[in-house]
Design a protein around this ligand. Structure first.
Ligand code: PXG
Length: 285
């Protein structure tokens, strides 16, 4: 059975799911997206993802042509049509078909696309032994150039950093902001543990307010772990007792080495393991 893809209210077979080459999503990366997980038939924090999608859209002056309730129903019916209970969901809203000029007002109709699919997970080895990552030379977008809170279809900033990481033999790369402070990795947020305190850069450091980041912070607080959103330098990361990354697809993944510096006494550390277990319980609650 072919995978069914939702486009503007209709489910198409994957090979027939097409949009115009004049779509400004393709021509200019003019659109927004979300990546979400579903576990045992439930989309994890769907409302939070939808809120973020609407925030991204508002920030680029794009009107999503359906309501959040309709989007919620569309996501669930696309999952049902594909019989997916544990998988990955990509929500995309493009500016729609326009002209070869930039003017978004010439785009007729925003395109709402929902792809639900199985997810390719990182190998178990990454979770057991941790990742080695490097710092990219490419800095995170300056907030006044392209607000990192906009999950836009133009992910070149992150892709360039990812290429740097891959060339160094790493699957993730750490990105600093324009002030030289630690921001996040290419598609995941970063946490460190310093003397028992869980620390992560504040959203003002130019990071995406990750849904997984928020969930992990809540879990830590409920578990009595002190959580701080603070400015972090690379030296703070190198000197950390533990380090891990969070994202919808990756969940909680330990980091064992940053720029050749071993983190702590061996990964994953105790707090990383504890939060991994708590996250694992939460997602299927
Ligand atoms: N930072 C950035 C820049 C992201 O794009 C996250 C953090 C984590 O957010 P959530 O809400 O998922 O906890 C993201 C999310 C990929 C990929 O292939 C990553 C994301 C989206 C789509 C694909 O790595 N990122």
């Amino acid at each position: 059975m072919s995978l069914k893809i939702y486009i503007n209210g209709t489910l198409f077979d994957k090979q027939d799911a097409k949009i115009s080459v004049y779509d400004h999503g393709l021509l200019y990366g003019d659109g927004v997206f979300e990546g979400m997980r579903c576990y045992a038939g439930q989309v994890f924090r769907l409302r939070e993802h939808l809120d973020r999608l609407w925030t991204s859209a508002r920030k680029i002056d794009l009107t999503i042509p359906i309501s959040t309730e309709e989007m919620e129903m569309a996501v669930n019916s696309t999952l049902a049509a594909n019989d997916i209970r544990d998988g990955y969901i990509r929500l995309i809203v493009t500016r729609g078909e326009g002209t070869l000029g930039l003017d978004p007002n010439k785009c007729a109709e925003a395109q709402v696309i929902i792809i639900t699919d199985m997810i390719t997970l990182y190998p178990d080895e990454f979770y057991e032994n941790g990742l080695a990552i490097v710092t990219a030379k490419t800095i995170r977008n300056h907030p006044l150039a392209l607000d990192p809170q906009i999950k836009s279809l133009n992910y070149l900033n992150n892709i360039l950093a990812k290429i740097e990481g891959l060339k160094a033999g790493c699957v993730e790369a750490l990105m600093l902001n324009h002030e030289g402070e630690v921001a996040e990795c290419t598609g995941v947020n970063i946490f460190i543990v310093n003397a028992g305190v869980l620390q992560t850069p504040p959203v003002s450091a130019g990071v995406l307010k990750g849904v997984t980041r928020g969930a992990v912070m809540e879990l830590a607080r409920e578990d009595g772990i002190k959580v701080e959103e603070v400015t972090l330098t690379l030296e703070d990361v190198y000197a950390a007792d533990e380090c891990f990354l969070t994202g919808s697809a990756a969940e909680v993944v330990p980091v064992r080495e940053v720029d050749g510096n071993q983190i702590g006494a061996g990964s994953p550390g105790l707090i990383t393991r504890r939060l991994t277990d708590l996250y694992c319980n939460l997602r299927t609650q």
